[in-house]
Write a protein that binds this ligand. Structure first.
Ligand SMILES: [Zn+2]
Length: 205
């Protein structure tokens, strides 16, 4: 019991030691930082927190980044039955990774936008694409546009998925790619960093 008390006191003193300023005075700021929960840093955080994104887009992106959108594989895990096939290609089970953008239909939209942005390449799996976008975002104005296009594409794919699944609508890659690029062209001129790279892009992909 006494040993336990000594250990607790020792632990407390060690903790208090980390909350001191250089001159030995107590730092409220350091104590506050000590008390708030420390979560591991996630690479996509800056992507979801970027400015000038519509809150609706941000919300869907935030859920998607945490794999929390209600895709059918997740619904099945909690006992909700729904047709399993991807509504875009009808050839695979709908999962987060498949929708963003391992599916050849949604992947074609993403590649079309990337080509418009000057990046002609094959697409990787969902994890690779997310990492690539996070890296691109840090670089320059074009990187910021790429990350914005990614956020919009995730949002639009999820919206189109719901329309296809619940309202039997039709998907048109031309329509959605124009919608995304139009948003970028409208938003861009107000953002200093975007102006130059945007002026080099064609109107539509
Ligand atoms: Zn598919």
């Amino acid at each position: 019991m006494v040993i336990q008390q000594v250990m607790v006191q020792g632990d407390l003193l060690a903790k208090l030691g980390t909350m001191q300023n250089m001159d030995g005075s107590f730092s409220i700021k350091k104590m506050y930082l000590h008390l708030i929960p420390q979560h591991p840093k996630v690479p996509w955080k800056s992507l979801a927190l970027q400015q000038n994104i519509h809150p609706q887009v941000k919300f869907i992106l935030w859920l998607a980044m945490q794999n929390r959108l209600a895709t059918v594989d997740r619904l099945q895990m909690i006992g909700i039955q729904a047709p399993m096939a991807c509504v875009f290609c009808h050839g695979s089970i709908e999962t987060h990774a498949h929708l963003f953008f391992e599916c050849h239909v949604t992947g074609a939209l993403w590649l079309r936008l990337l080509t418009w942005l000057g990046h002609i390449r094959n697409r990787g799996d969902a994890k690779h694409e997310l990492q690539w976008v996070c890296m691109a975002k840090r670089k320059n104005g074009l990187g910021a546009i790429i990350s914005w296009a990614y956020a919009m594409t995730v949002y639009v794919i999820w919206r189109e998925r719901n329309l296809l699944r619940f309202e039997k609508s039709t998907y048109d890659e031309d329509r959605v790619s124009r919608e995304i690029t139009l948003h970028i062209h409208i938003r861009g001129p107000n953002l200093r960093k975007w102006r130059k790279p945007l002026s080099l892009l064609s109107l539509y992909p």
